[in-house]
Design a protein around this ligand. Structure first.
Ligand SMILES: NC(=O)c1ccc[n+]([C@@H]2O[C@H](COP(=O)([O-])OP(=O)(O)OC[C@H]3O[C@@H](n4cnc5c(N)ncnc54)[C@H](O)[C@@H]3O)[C@@H](O)[C@H]2O)c1
Length: 253
């Protein structure tokens, strides 16, 4: 008899799960009965998540951790897996997105952005892979960004980090495909979350969005959640190493 791989049987680890796009993703997973482990550090957002998740089926585990601290992160990953067993689904979603001209970034700032946006994903993947390989099943989704496709200024360390996540997803897809593990990227376009607050002229930014998108409405969190759900589902088992832009038809390639 084949193993139950439905969402209700899954143990899903998501970084930045209390954020603008993370929270609706977590709620959707809980509604499907999954066990969801959220790694985040923003206590106000964590409280919001807790109250939004109240009464939903599924099992929510929240670990407050600074993803830029690799030792702290490794310890939390070990602790969680010793308590609940191996994780079969990983969503690398957390990011920071400072914005300023390239010359003004110190090397330390650049490195911090890579630590949170990329290295935490590397550490999480290395931690969950042994169980995925043993069970010959796994789903990994890296949240990238359409900013990697060009046309954006002042975000160089962030854009570099989003490109790294795509590169990693492709190589992980090659290395782990034989173990039944798929790895894909979701590249959101412009979604109205905290990420948008980096734009000083929000009216001008909104106009830019409508000018570029083929679909003339703002993206909803459900637009992202639906695509994540596809990539982590059993139905997408023949899709790996791909990046799907979810941007209302902004970038086309
Ligand atoms: N919102 C958009 O328009 C948009 C567009 C393109 C890509 N994205 C990507 O989508 C993902 C989610 O973005 P969002 O819009 O939900 O942003 P967000 O800022 O609302 O959420 C990010 C989450 O990551 C957490 N986080 C950041 N640094 C952390 C650290 N050091 N330790 C622990 N937690 C940390 C934050 O607390 C927050 O909850 C990100 O990868 C982002 O790059 C978003």
């Amino acid at each position: 008899m084949s193993e139950d791989r439905t969402l209700s049987s899954r143990k899903v680890l998501i970084t930045g799960g209390a954020g603008g796009l993370g929270l609706p993703t977590v709620l959707a997973l809980l509604k499907n009965g999954a066990t969801v482990i959220v790694l985040d550090r923003d206590s106000a957002k964590i409280e919001e998540l807790k109250s939004a998740a109240n009464g939903l089926p599924g099992n929510l585990i929240i670990e407050s951790v600074d993803l830029s601290n690799s030792d702290e992160l490794k310890d939390v990953l070990l602790k969680v897996q010793s308590e609940i067993g191996g994780i079969d689904t990983l969503i690398n979603n957390a990011a920071i997105y400072p914005s300023k001209p390239f010359e003004e970034y110190s090397l330390e700032e650049y490195q911090l952005i890579q630590r949170i946006n990329v290295e935490s994903a590397v550490i999480c993947a290395q931690s969950v892979l042994p169980a995925m390989k043993e069970n010959r099943f796994g789903r990994i989704v890296n949240i990238s960004s359409i900013t990697f496709s060009g046309g954006w200024e002042n975000l160089s360390p962030y854009v570099a980090s989003k490109g790294a996540l795509i590169g990693l997803a492709r190589t992980w897809a090659r290395e782990f495909g034989a173990f039944g593990i798929t790895v894909n990227c979701v590249a959101p376009g412009a979604f109205p979350t905290d990420a948008e607050k980096i734009h000083p002229d929000i009216e001008g930014y909104t106009k830019r969005i409508y000018d570029h998108q083929a679909i003339k409405r703002r993206g909803n969190p459900s637009d992202i959640v639906n695509v994540i759900n596809f990539f982590i589902s059993q139905d997408s088992g023949f899709v790996t190493g791909q990046t799907l832009n979810v941007d209302g038809g902004w970038v086309m390639n």
